[in-house]
Design a protein around this ligand. Structure first.
Ligand SMILES: Cc1ncc(COP(=O)(O)O)c(C=O)c1O
Length: 468
């Protein structure tokens, strides 16, 4: 581990790099600046989703092909952002293009279930070991409906959520997503890592304005990777808890791998207390393995939520699991939507899951991911940078903390100055990346070893520059 003085030195250097690279970025992206001036008149913050906003303006993209994207200035990048993890098939994959063209020729929407919709349901059930599923149109809808089904099935209202997890933007889950360090202390301590436990819940911290204050009463927060805290929480309120919703591997604070035995214990505790265990696989599903985290970590939830990569680049979401839980949909639990199971998305999703994301494809993604993470690791080591890299299939990241993260509170130790310098550095060198340190890269089947090497080279230069 580097000496504190080394950390201070690279942090000071990172601030210099960030300022210089940000200036260069603005010089190179004049057309984005112009489009922002226009966009901000019709779209708050000039974007379609707040996650797309940036200061002073975002880079607007024009098109993508294979592993590449082009911005509105015509600048070409290698795409490691991949639409927040949607594009594991890459851009304009010929098989996906054909599927979408076919849907365009034969009808893009009926609001009537088609055979293709059934076939995609079958494939998702097969991959993830689900009995049944229902389609929706986003990850948000998937977690919202899964929670409703869990409440209907149990007749209970409370949900448990993990501190630092994002499950979309509906009211129930907009708590303790990225709580600021100052507000963390209040309604806890769960005794993380064997420390003294006073109260068994973390503070339920609102993430958004506009959520009714009393919603917080039904959303209780527990830490990731801490089975004791969950045990105590369920010991106190278990019989009122409908569901525990969690990412089996946390992917909205970099990547946090579950400790050995943690998910198994979570599974046991939920069964013991009659709590529906919901895995949010919106990010991990179809990216970290064919069967997502369920396959990778070998623990089966009662319900699981999907979106992003399962649609082959189109708008989609789904949730499903045990037939005896899903059955409440036939007995009054509302689950509906005009676009659910839309034939365009389902055709693209079916081709993605059955013809593009094959076992060979996962091998390719895993190989490239490890090559990328190891390349970054070497660069970090050579530069003595206080950070580490992690990879899981198509996903991976560098987190600016020497040791791996165990939970959200570890994420608060990450050096944000180092990330703030790395992002414009990489973008200015043709590597398009997600703009936040909570995100990760996503590799597509259309990425090559050369693409990965280009990332590693640019990152190596960054680490060297931190020491220059
Ligand atoms: C784990 C997780 N769940 C749910 C969502 C919400 O998905 P969507 O943006 O499609 O509503 C996201 C989005 O990033 C996510 O990362």
């Amino acid at each position: 581990m580097p000496m504190e003085t080394d950390t201070q030195r690279v942090t000071a250097k990172a601030k210099e790099i960030a300022a210089k690279e940000q200036e260069r970025l603005l010089e190179r992206t004049g057309a984005s600046g112009e489009l922002f001036k226009r966009a901000v008149k019709s779209l708050p913050m000039g974007v379609a989703s707040t996650f797309q906003a940036a200061d002073p303006y975002p880079i607007y993209l024009d098109r993508g092909l294979g592993s590449h994207v082009w911005d509105v200035d015509g600048t070409e990048y290698l795409d490691f952002h991949s639409g927040f993890g949607v594009n594991v098939v890459g851009h304009a994959h010929p098989k996906i293009v054909e599927a979408i063209e076919r849907a365009a020729r034969t009808g893009t929407h009926f609001a009537v279930t088609t055979e293709v919709t059934v076939a995609l349901a079958e494939e998702i059930c097969r991959r993830f070991g689900l009995d049944q599923l229902r389609f929706v149109n986003s990850g948000t809808e998937a977690t919202m409906d899964a929670i409703r089904v869990a409440r209907a099935a149990t007749g209970r209202d409370i949900i448990l959520k993990i501190e630092g997890s994002y499950h979309g933007h509906h009211d129930d889950v907009l708590f303790s997503v990225v709580p600021e360090a100052e507000v963390l202390g209040i309604r806890y301590n769960t005794g993380v890592d064997g420390g003294p436990g006073v109260d068994d819940f973390y503070m339920t911290v609102p993430t958004s304005k506009g959520v009714p204050a009393n919603t917080a009463e039904n959303t209780l927060i527990v830490p990731f990777n801490n089975q004791k805290a969950l045990e105590r929480a369920l010991g106190q309120v278990g019989e009122d808890v409908a569901a525990l919703i969690m990412e089996p591997v946390m992917m909205n604070i970099g990547i946090v791998i579950p400790r050995p035995g943690y998910l198994e214990r979570v599974r046991e505790l939920c069964s013991q207390h009659g709590v529906v265990l919901i895995f949010d696989e919106v990010k991990s599903g179809a990216t970290i393995a064919s069967g997502g985290a369920i396959e990778r970590f070998g623990v089966q939830p009662d319900l699981a939520c999907f979106a992003k990569a399962i649609g082959g680049g189109t708008t989609i979401g789904a949730f499903g699991g045990r037939a005896d839980v899903m059955e409440v949909i036939t007995r009054g639990a509302a689950q509906q939507g005009t676009f659910n199971g839309n034939p365009l998305s389902c055709r693209a999703g079916l081709v993605a899951l059955t013809e593009v994301l094959t076992p060979d494809a996962y091998e390719h993604l895993g190989k490239l991911g490890t090559m990328l993470a190891e390349g970054c690791r070497r660069a970090l080591e050579e530069g003595g940078i206080p950070a580490h890299s992690v990879d899981l299939g198509a996903k991976g990241c560098v987190s600016y903390r020497p040791e791996p993260l165990r939970n959200y509170r570890d994420f608060l130790d990450c050096n944000t100055d180092l990330f703030a310098a790395s992002w414009p550095w990489m973008v200015n060198r043709g590597i398009f990346m997600t703009p936040g340190d909570e995100e990760q890269w996503t590799i597509s089947v259309q990425h090559s070893e050369q693409d990965v090497q280009a990332y590693v080279d640019a990152f190596g230069e960054f680490c060297a520059e931190l020491n220059a």
